[in-house]
Structures are given as C-alpha cells and as structure tokens.
Design a protein around this ligand. Structure first.
Ligand SMILES: Cc1ncc(COP(=O)(O)O)c(C=O)c1O
Length: 331
C-alpha cells in the first residue's frame, strides 16, 4: 500500500480503494466469513464518489465538460455530495434536484458544499414535471454549457464499479469470495462490480437488496414493470419506482426485499456490534444478509462481501435519532 504515506495532491485522488473489514459479532450466528466493504472511507463518504469522478472525467476527456460549465443531477443526496466536492476542486457549478425524502442533513450538506439544491416531491411518478428527473432535465435544457450526469440511465455509472469496486473486492479477498450482497438503487454498484467478479469466477453469487415498496425484485423475476408494487418507504437510495438502465438484471442472481424498520434496526445493530457507523442502506444490506442466511444461502465455506454504501452521519435526524425511530414505531 502506498496510499496516504506522503502528500496527496487533491482530495479526489483518495476516491476508491476502500477497506474490506471483517465482521465479527453481528455475523456470529451465521455460517461462513463476512466482510464489509465500507464505502464511507471515500472522501465524500459514499460509493457515489466513484461514479461521480468517473463520469466527470469521461465528460472532460470527450470535451463535453469545460472549465466554468455546470453539472446537473438528480440525487438522493450522496451523488450530489460527490459532484459538489468535485465541482469545488475542478471549478464547476453544481445544480442538484433532490427528493424530499432525502434527510435534512443531506440537503444542508449539499448547500454547504456550494450546490444549488432543488427539493422535489418523492411520491410522484417519474414522468410528472415535479419529479426530480423532470426537474433536472428542465434545468439541463435551460442551462447553457451544462452536463446532465443522469446516473440511473448512464452506463458509465456501472462502468465505474466494473473498473474499481469489482477489482478491489477480487484483490482484497484474493479471489476467494463466494457471495456479494449489494443494495440496488441505480444498480450501478451491483451490476458493475457483479459483472467484473462473475467474469473472474462465474460461480460468485450476486445477491441484490431491494426495498419493500420498490419494483426491482419483481422486475428481476418477471421482466415486467409492476407498478402495484410501488408504495412509499423511508430508506433513501434503495429500490426504485422505475427500471434504471444502469442495472444489468442478468448479472443479479436473486433479490431480497427488506423493510424500513428491519433496515433501521440493523444499521443501529452494526454500530453496537462492530463499532462502524454506516448509513441506512448498510442496515438494509445487513438485514438482507440475515434473510439470505435464514434461507440456507450460505455454508461454513462461504466468503461473503457486504457493500456498506455510505456513512451514518448523514442520518442523524433519521435512524440515529431515537425520537424519529419512535415516531416511526421502530423503537
Ligand atoms: C445510500 C445509498 N445506498 C445504496 C445506493 C445504491 O447504489 P446504486 O445506485 O449503485 O445501486 C445508493 C444510491 O443512490 C445510495 O445513495
């Protein structure tokens, strides 16, 4: 490892190469060995640094993004933070359309990072002009010299994880992993890293995590978009009410759905048992791992990698607030 031993020229050089941390107490009763790839170690505290940097660098190479240009994106918050950080370093303007489901902390953070933030209603169909997709598209059209990152429908999102997250996991486990458990939102993480790992070893099982209230699991099973699956839920960044083209459903072996309550309690459980402080979807990944284990998915020989996508500090007014947990009936 040569990282962090001398001078780092820019914070952006620290994107990726996150640690793989062995889980002990929380997985004590599950068969096999479990590791968390803790993406909070990225400088923007989430896996989204990887895709934001990859997409921006690609646009720069193609000459689409020039100094003084504007970056526009729809985001549940994390991609926005990464883009705002990159914009500061590289001298771009950053405009973000954010779902009103995003925690207050995330929205305040984006503003602190110099982004212009438009808060949009979460519970409207994607084609509604008030949805964050449509708001971002309109801002992009109206803003001269702007680039729309479009993470849900951008193959570079998936490519970023194919080039970084997948190879890192392969190297860190010395090619020994048997299963990977990954939260699916845009699907970039699961599809990109899953593709890389399956190319290395087709026997690696890619286990998806979806939210109750999202269409992804049903779509994976039937290849049909069933909107009767859609209902409001609290977990940010997990699941969807549309089918993102950034997701390659053929790479994913199976999905499990988790509830808001179970995911929140598991996130808090990770803190208590392992001393890590991860975000809400990490709780969802932990809960799904337990559900998969209960189905007999793992044996004593299993080497299971769980991706923990972000840091818990973004959820202080949500899952890490006893008051919020009580309001939801979770405590
Ligand atoms: C906190 C969090 N976890 C998980 C995900 C899912 O990752 P992906 O979009 O790569 O499927 C996201 C994406 O928005 C996220 O913000």
């Amino acid at each position: 490892m040569t990282r962090n031993q001398g001078i780092t020229n820019s914070i952006l050089e620290l994107v990726g190469e996150t640690p793989l941390i062995k889980l002990h107490k929380i997985t004590k009763n599950l068969p096999g060995t479990y590791y968390a790839k803790f993406e909070a170690f990225n400088p923007g505290h989430s896996a989204k640094d990887r895709i934001a940097l990859h997409i921006v660098q690609d646009a720069e190479k193609k000459g689409i993004l020039k100094k003084g240009a504007t970056i526009v994106e729809t985001t549940s918050g994390n991609t926005g933070f990464s883009l705002a950080m990159i914009s500061i370093v590289k001298g771009y303007k950053c405009i973000l359309a954010v779902s009103d489901k995003s925690s207050r902390d995330k929205i305040d953070l984006l503003k602190c990072m110099g982004a212009e933030v438009h808060v949009c209603p979460a519970n409207v169909p994607p084609e509604d002009p008030r949805s964050y997709y449509e708001v971002a598209k309109t801002i992009h059209k109206k803003t001269k010299n702007s680039v729309y990152i479009n993470q849900y429908f951008n193959e570079l999102n998936t490519e970023a994880h194919y080039r970084t997250t997948g190879p890192e996991i392969w190297k860190q486990t010395d090619g020994k992993l048997t299963h990977m458990v990954v939260a699916s939102g845009t699907g970039g993480t699961i599809s990109g890293s899953g593709q890389f790992l399956k190319e290395k070893n087709p026997n690696v099982k890619v286990l998806g995590v979806d939210a109750i209230g999202s269409v992804l699991k049903k779509y994976h099973e039937t290849r049909e978009l069933d909107l009767s699956e859609v209902s409001p839920y609290k977990i940010e960044g997990l699941g969807k009410n549309l089918i993102p083209t950034a997701t390659d459903f053929d790479i994913i072996d199976v999905y499990e759905k988790v509830s808001d309550k179970d995911a929140a309690l598991e996130a808090r459980n990770i803190v208590k048992k392992e001393g890590m402080f991860p975000g809400y979807t990490s709780g969802a990944v932990m809960q799904a791992t337990k559900q998969y284990a209960a189905q007999g998915m793992f044996t004593e020989d299993s080497v299971v990698v769980l991706i923990f996508p972000d840091h818990g500090s973004r959820y202080m007014n949500k899952i890490y607030s006893d008051e919020w947990m009580k309001e939801q009936g979770f405590l």
